[in-house]
Design a protein around this ligand. Structure first.
Ligand SMILES: Nc1ncnc2c1ncn2[C@@H]1O[C@H](COP(=O)(O)OP(=O)(O)OP(=O)(O)O)[C@@H](O)[C@H]1O
Ligand SMILES: [Mg+2]
Length: 308
């Protein structure tokens, strides 16, 4: 799996030597005045149609600083459409999107980035042949001197420090990203978004292609991004992963919100049940049950095979 998160437009101006220590220039943190639950992003009754297809209808969602909002849903539920609207790739056809209390209509991903919204796409590549430090600073390289040459040593040092701060120890910053595990690549993309001052981090199914252990590692970094004060939107199919880290849960079902609950209002079992379509699953269970009893009653399948 590969990932990409672009540096946000609010990335720090720096001289190359100002980034060590605990207060990196891109560091965000819970607002000490208004507390950790400041609202950053709010969608109200958002809809999106592709021709005759209503991919989203009446979707309302709030993302707060220092919280993880999980968006769950089955294939075709509208998760990617939702991300694309927030990331500025697509425009919503109905409703209101507000960032920091201001209504916006993004017409490009750059505009979303400039508002501090960083998106880590599941299937967009970090450059696999390029080194860790180059990937970390891609599009936001540090330059120095009159010739504006690349300050390679500063970039290596900062990338190393920032990754280590997230608990990712990669001793060789020259190592090509392609040689790292999917989980490590995902973590680099998250660390990069945190460093470059993202306020909102959108993660599109970051654990979908990972095994149990690596999923755990990625979830740990998702939690760290939250603890650094970002508002995280975590898209996933997996209610177990969502429940391990989530503060708030939104389930999309065929473009509609079918559940919107905070952690105190919903347990893992209910989340799993709702996610699976609750009554639909029950009906399927009955159908499968009666199909099975028919098979049991006619083990040789004579009835089913008999052509009259
Ligand atoms: N560019 C498009 N043109 C037409 N229809 C689209 C387009 N993008 C998405 N859709 C439709 O919108 C609906 C929602 O799709 P979306 O990709 O947002 O779902 P999803 O929840 O991300 O699904 P998955 O889990 O499979 O990624 C689907 O019916 C899909 O076919
Ligand atoms: Mg999708």
């Amino acid at each position: 799996m590969s990932t990409q998160a672009q540096p946000t437009g609010s990335r720090p101006s720096r001289s190359g030597s100002t980034t060590s220590g605990r207060t990196g220039p891109g560091r965000t943190g819970p607002d000490p005045v208004s507390g950790p639950t400041t609202e950053i992003l709010r969608l109200t009754d958002v809809g999106k149609s592709y021709g005759n297809v209503h991919a989203l209808r009446g979707v309302s969602l709030t993302v707060r600083q220092g919280e993880i909002t999980c968006v769950l849903g089955d294939n075709g539920a509208g998760k990617s459409t939702l991300i694309k609207i927030i990331a500025g790739l697509h425009q919503h056809s109905e409703g209101v999107v507000m960032v920091n209390g201001e209504e916006i209509h993004f017409s490009s991903p750059r505009e979303s980035l400039d508002r501090g919204i960083a998106t880590v796409y599941q299937d967009l590549a970090l450059a696999p042949l390029m080194s860790v430090w180059r990937n970390f600073f891609m599009g936001a390289e540090i330059r120095r001197g009159l010739l504006r040459s690349l300050d390679v040593s500063a970039m290596k040092r900062i990338a190393g420090e920032e990754l280590l701060r997230m608990g990712i120890d990669i001793p060789d910053m020259d190592r090509p990203v392609g040689g790292l595990s999917g989980g490590q690549r995902q973590c680099i993309a998250i660390a990069r978004a945190v460093y470059f001052g993202a306020k909102v981090l959108i993660l599109d199914e970051p654990t979908a292609a990972l095994g149990v252990k690596q999923s755990g590692v990625v979830l740990k970094y998702v939690a760290r991004a939250r603890d650094a004060g970002l508002g995280v939107v975590f898209i996933t199919h997996n209610p177990h992963h969502a429940y391990l880290v989530g503060n708030h849960f939104v389930i999309l079902n065929r473009g509609l919100v079918s559940l919107d609950a905070s952690r105190s209002e919903v347990g893992l079992e209910q989340l799993t049940n709702e996610m699976a379509g609750g009554s639909e699953l029950e009906a399927l269970g009955h159908e499968l049950g009666s199909a099975l009893s028919e098979v049991e009653a006619d083990p040789d399948g004579e009835k089913a095979l008999r052509v009259s």
